[in-house]
Design a protein around this ligand. Structure first.
Ligand SMILES: [Zn+2]
Length: 65
């Protein structure tokens, strides 16, 4: 897990501005709070293909009824 303040958009260095509690990327101009940063990182994470087999099974099971 990366704990360094790296911009999720451009991998540039993020600066933390204590007075506004925002992270600022000087490279692409990203300006986000800690929560928004986590949110962006969450969305950029590769989607796990979890659940597709379960839903196929569910459809089969439902069609049997
Ligand atoms: Zn950036």
């Amino acid at each position: 897990m990366a704990t360094t303040n790296t911009c999720p958009e451009c991998n540039g260095n993020l600066l933390y501005e204590v007075s506004t509690k925002h992270f600022i990327c000087k490279n692409c101009g990203l300006y986000v709070t800690r929560e928004q940063l986590d949110d962006i990182r969450d969305r950029l994470r590769p989607q796990r293909r979890k659940g597709s087999r379960e839903s196929e099974y569910l459809e089969w099971w439902m069609s049997k009824k």
